[in-house]
Structures are given as structure tokens and as C-alpha cells.
Design a protein. Sequence first.
Length: 222
Amino acid sequence: MGSHLSLHAPVLVIGLGRFGAATAGQLQRQGREVLAVDSDADLVQKWAERVTHTVQINAANVEALRQIGAEEFQVAVVAVGTSIEASVLVTSNLVELGIPQIWAKAMSSTHGKILARIGAHHVIYPEAEAGERIAHLLSGTMLDFIQFDDDFVLAKLYPPRIIRGLPLAKSLVRSKYRVTVVGVKSPGQDFTYATADTVVSNHDLVIVSGRAADVERFASIS
């Protein structure tokens, strides 16, 4: 199966705790078909209104997964709450069913390594990622912040004074600070991609990319 199909492929979400419910809800808002399952009848009931398909099963049991047709899914998210053992069991069941894309939530790096070793294709650390993002936003220098696995960051911030009023090529942002200004947002205007001639004004916001430490250093220049 080509991965291009997964853009619209139905998603199996296992575990309706905070992370699983948020994932299922967001997928649903994007128009994706979602089947969300949990072993807790109360949680299934709670989300039944908001997610089209919810079923109560124990996904640690591979037969229960077979009964709901789990192997028909191309994409599954293991959002199982607090038990590492349950998360590992569910993930290995999905691997056994041959699901091509398995995303699994990890509570620690050890847990994450186990999930990757048994066959999860993507390991997610929501608590660590949220904590890191909030720490950056609390510092006040960045308005928004996304970090990708390999230390690459995209951040939205007010431009440091040193780059305002000059074309980007002249402010030497890339050679001096090792970051790239990707785009500029002026008040009331659409976001525009930056070029060498773009002049950043006092009222603009900029989107910059680069390694985390470089972007942090750049954002903290007054």
C-alpha cells in the first residue's frame, strides 16, 4: 500500500485518555474517519457523541482487535494511558496484524525504545514535547515554536531590532546567526515568503528556521 493513501485513510485510535481523545477529535475535525477504542466503558460512552465510531474492547487481546477488523486499517495510534505493559502489548498486536503505520505514545525514553524495537514506526512523546514548547513560549521571546526530531526548529517571533529596516540580504541573518527567515507576517496582510530583498518592519512578525540553539539565541537578541 502506498503511503499517499494514508492522507485520507481511516485511523484506528486505541486509548481514549486525554491524548487519544484529542487525537481522535482533531482527526475527525479534519474529516478523517476514526474508530476509537478503549477498554473503559465510561470513556467510550463519554466520547461516543464526538467521535463517529467508538467501541469498547480490550486491545491487549489480538482476537478482540481482529473482531473489529483492525487489520483493515493502514494507520493506528496507540494512545494507551499509564500502563507501559498494556501499551507494549497493544503495539505488538498491531505489528502482528501487519498495520503499515503505527504511531505510539511513550511515557519515557526507555518506553519509547521498547516501542520502536517491537515495531512502532513512529514514537511520540507528548508530555516532553508539550513541556519543551511551553518552556520556550514562557520565555516570551517566541510566540510559537515547533521542534522536529533532528533538532530543527520553526519559530514565530518579533524580529530583533538589528534586522529591521534592512533587506534580509544586508542584515546577514544567515551567516551571522545561522538561522533562516522563512517568512514575514505584516499586520492585516497574508503571510509572505521571505526573499533576499524583503525588508522587515517594526510591526512585522517573522517565521525563522534553524537549529534549536541558534534560533533561541536569535530570538533572545533584544
